[in-house]
Design a protein around this ligand. Structure first.
Ligand SMILES: *Cc1c(COP(=O)(O)O)cnc(C)c1O
Length: 349
């Protein structure tokens, strides 16, 4: 049977593309002489590459960073292979063959990866040097290795561990990165992520790699009032009902009505990224009226107290709070986790 068009989703993310473009332009101008790229790994931090890349391209972005090779095909629909870099590099010959066949550049992260790349035929690549995050990247002591010397390095990269804090490690990584740049042939340098851009011109080099701040994250106070909220989740009221005093709500009956109440069941749950930690003390909104979340978050539903709203009815959409720094401070999830755990059932428009 042919499946008819789906009805519109009861859970949706509105993406403010003007805010997204504005965020990229602010980060690009704060990058000074360096150009800003864009980290679009993990499907653009959960927003969907197809929803964000056209706006980033129109704003002027020309360099895109992915983590996995499986993220490449969707990007190739929109941008040239040469403007895509895959941060995890090539661990297997299969990955190296895929890189060569597509023309997408791997970021080589160590001697093993360099050997895999060269054995597959090699060609232009990038090189990540680990200056102190101790996570991924060729170690400073391996930079002189002859295998590394054989690479055709476009951009020499490193990644800051503590750019969102005042930390001595920032300056130390900067000075190590400068010495690394003296040890390897390369045509450009890139160090700063979103937070690193705010550390100043010394950190910008030729290209910066913002991610979280494009999508409305505020990793440092310098971005307050500069970076705009980009993602607005909204969910449908699937039922409105009365609750009598002494009746409980949801699994484990953790909420008991102190008096007569009106409640509404909303189509968002932990499977959609509204984790249980996000419920405490939180209200959704409808036409400016706060609707406090009550009881346990279920997989597909939450319940709100809507006694304050006479007008809220089944089929209405309510706003889920998603000011990233505020929500993060309240629930303890990082701004990155809030974005990347947005569920696949939300429509994105
Ligand atoms: C994810 C990532 C970025 C972007 O970082 P944000 O903190 O989101 O701005 C930049 N560079 C590398 C290597 C990354 O892995």
């Amino acid at each position: 049977m042919t499946i008819p068009d789906l009805p519109s989703a009861p859970l949706r993310l509105r993406i403010d593309r003007d805010a997204l473009a504005s965020n990229w332009r602010r980060l690009d101008s704060m990058s000074g002489k360096a150009r800003a790229g864009a980290a679009v790994k993990a499907d653009a931090y959960g927003l969907g590459v197809a929803n964000v890349v056209p706006s980033l391209l129109a704003a002027g972005a020309g360099d895109f960073f992915l983590a996995h090779w499986c993220e490449v095909p969707a990007m190739l629909q929109m941008v040239d292979a040469a403007s895509i870099s895959v941060l995890h590099g090539v661990t297997t010959p299969e990955e190296a063959r895929f890189a060569i066949a597509t023309g997408v550049r791997p970021v080589i992260n160590g001697i093993h990866q360099a050997q895999v790349w060269l054995a597959a035929g090699g060609g232009p690549c990038h090189l990540m040097v680990d200056t102190g995050i101790n996570r991924l990247g060729v170690q400073m002591t391996d930079l002189g290795n002859e295998v590394i010397g054989q690479l055709e390095v476009g951009t020499l990269l490193s990644h800051l561990a503590c750019a969102d804090e005042q930390s001595d490690l920032n300056g130390l990584q900067l000075s190590r990165f400068r010495s690394a740049a003296g040890m390897v042939r390369h045509s450009a340098c890139s160090l700063a992520n979103s937070a690193g851009i705010a550390l100043g011109a010394d950190y910008a080099f030729d290209m910066t790699r913002p991610g979280i701040a494009l999508y409305g994250g505020i990793p440092r106070a310098e971005y307050d009032g500069v970076i705009l909220q980009t993602v607005y989740p909204e969910a449908c009221v699937i039922q409105r009902r009365h609750l009598s005093p002494g009746e409980s709500v949801g699994y484990n009956a953790t909420y008991v009505a102190p008096q007569d109440m009106e409640i509404a069941t909303i189509s968002i749950g932990y499977a959609d990224g509204f984790l249980r930690s996000r419920a405490a003390g939180v209200a959704l909104h409808h036409q400016g009226v706060p609707l406090p979340v009550i009881g346990r978050v279920s997989m597909d539903m939450i319940v709100v107290d809507c006694t304050a709203s006479n007008t809220l009815k089944e089929g209405d959409f309510v706003e889920i709070p998603f000011d990233l720094p505020q929500v993060s401070a309240k629930c303890g999830l990082s701004q990155y986790e809030l974005l990347t755990t947005l569920g696949r059932r939300c429509s994105r428009a």
